[in-house]
Design a protein around this ligand. Structure first.
Ligand code: HEC
Ligand code: HEC
Length: 231
């Protein structure tokens, strides 16, 4: 009887695994046909393609597989990027195919993402402060620093950004009203900067030398509650 169960569960497990690996195989073939020219064979964006915005290094992305699927489906512009260089693939692929390619990227290039995010969050020494206080601190810092590039409304438009076009030192801050990052992720992008999480340039710097974790948490709270989703 015992053997019987072992055989049955081995069979079940085998079929589950092969189902999952079929999905990953499909994800891989879509990736290699469609994404490699921009993001590189291993998601390191080590290609020669000339674009105004270099593709993000997917191996360092802060995004979960579910969030990646949204960006692959809708394109980056729909989620805050200035340009639409990263196209919307929902017109090309079925939802399930997009999920498969997102899983492929997460499970083959971006394997340490969950552990890394968890570790960095656990190392934060942010103090718990109430929402009202966080809002006040966050708003002040946002006006003082972030609005220079992201604009007072967080939409990514400012005089400084306009001037950057004239200098050919293009700056393309995200429209934060549309970011799909959650509050923890915004905190980690602020603390370590966008380059750490896969952006090519260092225009979105790390703010950890200027502000402690409690202050950065407050800015993240302000962005998530007062900017994301506004119009
Ligand atoms: C024409 C080049 C190009 C192609 C093709 C392309 N991407 Fe992108 N991708 C980009 C660029 C550029 C960005 C960054 C967008 C920005 O900031 O403007 C990006 C961003 C992303 C992001 C967001 C990463 C993050 O951490 O924010 C994901 C996920 C992604 N691409 C996955 C894919 C997948 C999967 C495919 C294939 C189905 C693909 N891309 C095809 C150029 C491309
Ligand atoms: C010097 C200009 C500049 C300043 C100042 C700046 N940012 Fe950014 N920010 C950018 C740019 C450019 C990007 C896009 C990064 C890239 O792809 O290279 C970005 C990206 C981001 C993102 C990631 C959005 C996403 O969906 O991936 C967040 C969140 C963000 N900024 C929040 C802030 C906050 C909050 C502040 C103030 C503490 C701030 N930024 C200050 C230029 C700036």
């Amino acid at each position: 009887m015992k053997h019987f169960y072992i055989i049955i569960s081995a069979l079940l497990l085998g079929s589950l695994q092969s189902y999952a690996s079929d999905d990953l195989a499909e994800g891989k073939s879509i990736y290699n046909a469609t994404c490699v020219s921009c993001h590189g064979v291993t998601g390191a964006s080590d290609t020669n393609i000339q674009l105004t915005i270099k593709p993000r290094r997917l191996k360092d992305s802060i995004l979960s597989a579910e969030q990646m699927a949204k960006i692959i489906s809708d394109g980056s512009h729909a989620h805050g990027a200035h340009f639409d260089i990263m196209p919307a693939f929902k017109y090309v692929y079925e939802e399930e195919q997009i999920e498969n390619v997102a899983q492929y990227v997460s499970q083959t290039f971006n394997t340490d993402r969950n552990a890394k995010v968890k570790k960095l969050l656990s190392e934060s020494d942010a103090k718990k402060i109430d929402a009202k206080k966080a809002h006040k601190i966050g708003k002040k810092i946002f006006k003082r620093n972030c609005s220079l590039c992201h604009g007072l409304k967080g939409d990514g438009n400012s005089i400084y950004v306009e001037q950057s076009k004239e200098n050919k030192e293009f700056l393309f801050p995200y429209d934060l009203r549309k970011t799909l990052l959650n509050e923890d992720q915004i905190f980690l992008v602020l603390k370590f900067g966008a380059h750490y999480w896969g952006a090519d340039k260092k225009d979105m710097p790390s703010w950890s030398r200027k502000y402690d974790d409690t202050k950065l948490r407050s800015v993240a709270h302000f962005v998530k509650t007062k900017i994301v989703g506004t119009d």
